[in-house]
Design a binder for this molecule. Structure first.
Ligand code: BDR
Ligand code: CA
Length: 323
């Protein structure tokens, strides 16, 4: 049976790559997509998300708008990376589909509850600042508790990008990430962290983008090719990471990623380190008596190694319809 998933996105070039994989791979059952301000302002994120799903023919997957701002701070977008429209400035026509009338938190709640009532459990896949998921945890803890698993893109054990300490999604809303990790402990929801340690592993080349471009005019192939070409151009490289899409690929092919269960905390107050994920890689069999911080309660399956070519191949084959 296909795994039921909900993606929470800030589309976003690499969120678009993730949506393509989730919408097109038969191993996943994309039940809903929720949007949050992050890489671009919320309205742009919603439009970009609808554009991707329309290109995939995923016309029945509901898309809802959620939080435009982080819990505490002002939004800081990443259009300098993702383009003025947040998704590679492709100049595609506006989507014909429209956004769901429900708030993202309501769509999350209803989708999780409907699946759980039917005996299935949904995997929630946050690929963006976790504001919507934190709001769900606070507004509807009983629904949060019915999530089967959370697999999120964010943080890093050793690598950062938005600041010298922090990865963008956690940096953008550190409190939200902390709320979600706490709630996962309280409600025993397993969490996997696909962070920057593995994020850059799966790369797609410009030559492969040419193959994708030949597939169709305004379908998944053309869209995927446009994303790869844009990001490669932006970083003056002949390849780009499929980024968030690796998180989705990990659900389909868990053997491509090595994870380790480790204690994780989020730094909320550091002068230079706010938003850092503190991944505790120490050997806990030693004497911890002298550590005033002790063990973090959240035990997270942290992705530490990836077979990048294998994951990139999965993404390419899915878009090409190769099984
Ligand atoms: C994350 O931040 C965004 O720029 C990407 O979409 C990804 O989710 C990487 O730090
Ligand atoms: Ca993202």
């Amino acid at each position: 049976m296909a795994e039921p998933v909900i993606l929470d996105v800030d589309t976003g070039v690499d969120d678009a790559c993730a949506l393509l994989l989730a919408a097109l791979h038969p191993g996943l059952d994309l039940r809903a997509v929720t949007c949050v301000g992050g890489n671009a302002p919320l309205a742009d994120v919603v439009r970009n998300t609808l554009t991707v799903l329309e290109a995939c023919g995923a016309d029945t997957v509901p898309v809802a708008a959620g939080a435009s701002h982080p819990l505490l701070e002002r939004p800081v977008d990443a259009r300098h990376v993702h383009g003025d429209d947040g998704m590679a400035d492709l100049g595609w026509p506006a989507p014909r589909r429209s956004v769901d009338a429900r708030h993202a938190v309501e769509l999350l709640r209803e989708t999780i509850e409907a699946a759980a009532d039917a005996g299935a459990s949904v995997t929630v896949v946050p690929l963006a600042p976790m504001t919507n998921i934190a709001l769900l945890a606070r507004m509807y803890p009983e629904s949060f508790a019915r999530i089967g698993r959370i697999a999120f893109m964010g943080g890093g054990a050793m690598v950062s990008n938005a600041t010298a300490s922090a990865e963008f999604n956690v940096f953008h809303d550190p409190e939200a990430t902390a709320v979600v990790l706490d709630a996962s402990v309280d409600h025993e929801v397993p969490v996997t962290m696909y962070g920057l340690d593995v994020f850059y592993g799966p790369q797609v080349t410009l030559a492969e983008a040419d193959e994708l471009a030949a597939l169709d005019d305004h379908g998944p192939g053309a869209l995927a090719a446009g994303l790869v070409r844009f990001m490669s151009g932006r970083f003056r490289s002949d390849a780009m990471t499929i980024g968030d899409a690796g998180t989705v690929a990990m659900l389909i092919d868990p053997g491509a990623v090595r994870t380790e269960r480790l204690p994780v905390r989020v730094e909320l107050s550091g002068t230079w380190t706010r938003g850092r994920t503190i991944v505790d890689t120490r050997d806990w069999s030693g004497d911890m008596e002298h550590d005033p911080h002790g063990l973090a309660h959240a035990q997270v399956d942290v992705a530490l190694e990836i077979d990048g070519p294998r994951v990139a191949r999965l993404w390419l084959d899915t878009i090409k319809g190769v099984r």
